[in-house]
Design a protein around this ligand. Structure first.
Ligand code: FAD
Ligand code: NAD
Length: 478
């Protein structure tokens, strides 16, 4: 067994781990990053779930399918005449693969430029400051890497429903659903959460008839309820068949298709589909990460427990990203990675968990930061709400995307912004202004007094801030 010494060793090169490794190296720490990912060409690939089978490939497909739908359904109103419009799915998938490989190669280049040592293999914490690396293919000699600090960033993987395991033919998880070579005529999705809605939108736009079976009675329960209602209305109008309160009891597959049997209320129902995606959440990827003798254990749900600073119960062992509590989001993982690197180097680092934004990249997009109205009511916090519809902004009219609105919630006494909720065009971008305002502890009046360019979609945020004080210009204040 060979061995080597570092200041920091990171296990996992997703957005938590690779960002932590780069920041450690920038701060002068001798850093290694171990990752076991092997791509479809049998080559190591950095970037974790996010770059390989998550954020990036899903957004590439969302963009291609959105363009296809726009051209088919909305060209004529602009006076653009087209012949029959077709989608070449193989070409769309090639574009997605190229984007992924450019970005993963980019991480490799950043590691090189920052002098991060990249090690391919499975990492296991065997003792504080000691990580054993086993080659991804199981061959070759184990290696032990010693370091003063270890950052665990092994991420997450799809939750599997017993009896409904992916089989590569009819049943798929999110990774398999990103690789379809044709749009199935009928597509079932178990779980109407973020992945179900994003991937359901992709394949619906490309021609699939999509049915989503959701266990809960409420649609998107963690979003603002006004937004969830509007989203459900828009998605149903587009043709997504969203069925709530469904308990899937059994899935029967042939080599061609499958039948999903489920119970909804008192009724037993079934739906035949050509393909099925299971998207019922993700679980931490912690199998084989901790040797029983290392002194640290995963909890009953598979997470590594940490405090607000991402410190584990062992001095010098840290954990970040999907492996620990909090939302499973790439930007949250990266911010934790940066903060841990800075704590290791200087003793101080910070993540503002209250201003982590959420985005669902459907059409319309959904985005929010901070507290919901329901939560404010539960906590008996007095607030004022300002709502402004995109339909009343010139830019939304000009780009033909008038569905949705911005809602700002501000404290009744201090006027401090407590939450911002959006549904509409490009709200994935607009939410960043709201996040910045909240991080700066801005009041709704601060936003209202900030000059916003005209004509922009961001004027809806400006007007919602004015509306919170009952003085919106382009709508009637009630
Ligand atoms: P990961 O990205 O999961 O990376 C962990 C890495 O560690 C992997 O490379 C894994 O192979 C490796 N690893 C695991 N165990 C070991 C071990 N023992 N030894 C060595 N290596 C190991 N989030 C967003 O914010 N925005 C989005 O738009 C978005 N879209 C998504 C779309 C899909 C379809 C999916 C599935 C997820 C999406 N996410 C999105 C979630 C996002 O991908 C995750 O929150 C993020 O990747 C978590 O980062 P991480 O570094 O904690 O873990
Ligand atoms: P999710 O938690 O968003 O949604 C899962 C849904 O499945 C929930 O509504 C849940 O009630 C439902 N469900 C659970 N068990 C079920 C069952 N047996 N039958 C029917 N429904 C069931 O999880 P996801 O969509 O799998 O995504 C996983 C995570 O990945 C997300 O929580 C998010 O953190 C991350 N992600 C983020 C983005 C983004 O930021 N845009 C995109 C994709 C994924």
């Amino acid at each position: 067994m060979s061995s080597s010494d570092f200041d920091v060793v990171v296990i996992g090169a997703g957005p938590g781990g690779y960002v932590a490794a780069i920041r450690c190296a920038q701060l002068g720490l001798k850093t290694a990053c171990i990752d076991r990912w092997i791509d479809n060409d049998n080559k190591p690939s950095l970037g974790g779930t996010c770059l390989n089978v998550g954020c990036i490939p899903s957004k590439a497909l969302l963009d291609s399918s959105e363009r296809f739908e726009q051209i088919r359904k909305h060209s004529a109103e602009h006076g653009i005449q087209t012949g029959p419009v077709e989608i070449n799915i193989e070409q769309m998938q090639q574009r997605k693969r190229r984007i992924v490989s450019e970005l993963t190669a980019g991480i490799r280049a950043l590691f090189k430029a920052n002098k991060v040592t990249s090690v391919n293999g499975h990492g296991c914490l065997i003792a504080p400051g000691k990580v054993r690396v086993r080659a991804s293919d199981g061959h070759g000699e184990d290696q032990v890497i010693s370091a003063q600090h270890v950052i665990l960033a092994s991420g997450s993987e799809p939750t599997v429903l017993p009896g409904i395991e992916p089989n590569g033919k009819t049943i798929f998880d999110s990774s398999g659903a990103l690789d379809f070579d044709t749009a199935p005529s009928t597509l079932g999705i178990i779980g109407a959460g973020v992945i179900g809605l994003e991937l359901g939108s992709v394949w619906r736009r490309l021609g699939s008839k999509v049915v989503l079976l959701e266990a809960l009675d409420k649609f998107l329960p963690s979003t603002d309820s006004m937004i969830a209602r509007e989203a459900q209305k828009q998605f149903s109008r587009q043709g997504l068949d969203i069925r709530l309160g469904c308990q899937v009891t059994q899935v029967e597959c042939t080599s061609q298709d499958c039948t999903i049997n489920y119970r909804q209320g008192a009724d037993d129902r079934s739906v035949p589909v050509e393909r099925l995606i299971v998207a019922v959440g993700r679980r931490p990827c912690s199998d084989g990460l901790l040797d029983p003798a290392c002194g640290l254990q995963i909890n009953e749900r598979g997470f590594v427990e940490v405090d607000q600073n991402c410190a584990t119960a062992i001095d010098g062992v840290w954990a970040v990203g999907d492996l620990v509590r909090g939302p499973m989001l790439a930007h949250k993982a990266s911010e934790e990675g940066v903060a841990v690197a800075e704590r290791i180097a200087s003793g101080a680092g910070h993540v503002d968990f209250a201003t982590v934004p959420w985005v669902i990249y459907t059409d319309p997009e959904i985005a929010w930061v901070g507290t919901t109205e329901t939560q404010l009511k539960t906590d008996a916090i007095e607030y004022r709400a300002g709502v402004f519809p995109f339909a009343a902004t010139g830019r939304a009219k000009a780009v033909g995307m008038t569905d949705g609105f911005v809602k700002i919630l501000a404290h009744a006494d201090t006027d401090r912004i407590l939450g911002v909720h959006m549904i509409g065009p490009q709200v994935s971008e607009l939410i960043c202004e709201a996040g910045f305002a909240m991080a700066m502890e801005a009041s709704a009046e601060d936003l209202a007094r900030t000059v916003h360019a005209h004509p922009t979609l961001a004027e809806a945020t400006h007007e919602a801030a004015l509306a919170a004080a009952g003085r919106a210009i382009h709508k009637i204040n009630r």
